[in-house]
Design a protein around this ligand. Structure first.
Ligand code: KIV
Length: 284
């Protein structure tokens, strides 16, 4: 790491071709990793990705060496208290994606396009993707769907905004019909993945896809596959931050609790409340 610049630590080991072609006039460039640089990681090592929704946790992720961060519309479930993601609005996503951008200097931030922000027309999809770049500092956007959404992916990618696809279990519509069961229809998954690749996406989330099919897709596609509940053969893995940190009593079965932050937070708050009640805090 280089010394602090404007309060932000700047990684010094940025590969030359990851960088932007110019430097800001003052001080070392606060460079973001590009989608192209991430795509070139395919076949090298498995890329870790995590969701984040606010400034502190985005900065913790970057500090931990995770440089591909998704501000997911799981925001609705894990931060805003909804039962589903369909209620999440563009304005909410912009607000939280901007906070994630402010918490990071180098990480590539993917903004999740919420339900209703891309389904109606290519124009809507492009305008909303542009909002994420201009108002929230995102470097790419993600949207759910296969063959039927390939046109949207193409329209956004044509503007120069990198796109991540998302097939398998697609939470925005899962609760409206298809449900959350593991996806095992090989031919449909293959057709969806190839359509999204052909439309210009640089990566694709495979959520709760049969492990063998996820492996086959990873081998066949030139773009990165990002697994969640789809086995360990994918090019990248993503988990929801609150699941992996154990912030709620239950996490999905495919996730792993790397900490118990929820229980630790409750214990710390209980200790604080007791200290106040017993006049042990403040000490004088
Ligand atoms: O919204 C989200 O967090 C996601 C990931 C689970 C991929 O879409």
């Amino acid at each position: 790491m280089q010394p602090e610049t404007n309060g932000v630590m700047v990684a010094s080991n940025i590969a030359k071709d990851d960088a932007r072609p110019y430097e800001p006039a003052k001080g070392p460039a606060l460079r973001r990793i590009t989608a192209g640089a991430i795509k070139r990681r395919k076949g090298t090592s498995v890329v870790p990705m995590v969701t984040a929704y606010d400034t502190p946790f985005a900065s913790f992720a970057e500090e931990a060496g995770i440089d591909w961060i998704l501000c997911g519309d799981s925001l609705g479930n894990v931060v805003l208290g909804y039962d589903e993601t369909t209620s999440v609005t563009m304005d909410q996503m912009i607000h939280h994606t901007a906070a994630v951008s402010r918490g990071t200097a180098r990480a590539h931030i993917v903004a999740d396009m919420p339900f209703g922000s891309y389904q109606v027309s290519n124009e809507d999809a492009v305008c909303n993707a542009i909002r994420f770049v201009k108002e929230a500092g995102a470097q790419s956007v993600k949207l759910e769907g296969g063959v039927h959404e390939a046109d949207r992916v193409r329209a956004i990618a044509r503007t120069g905004i990198p796109v991540v696809g998302h097939i398998g279990v697609t939470p925005q519509t899962a609760g409206l019909g298809p449900g959350y069961r593991k996806r095992t229809h090989r031919d449909r998954l293959l057709a969806d993945a190839l359509a999204i690749e052909e439309a210009g996406a640089y990566a694709i989330v495979l959520e709760v896809v049969d492990f063998d099919i996820a492996r086959e897709l990873t081998e066949r596609l030139s773009i990165l596959t990002i697994g969640i509940g789809s086995g360990n053969a994918c090019d990248a893995q993503v988990l929801v931050l609150h699941d992996l940190l154990g912030m709620y009593p239950h996490s999905p079965p495919f996730s792993k609790r790397f900490a118990e932050i929820g229980a630790q937070s409750t214990a710390a708050l209980r200790e604080y409340a007791t200290a106040v009640r017993e006049r042990n805090f403040p000490e004088t």
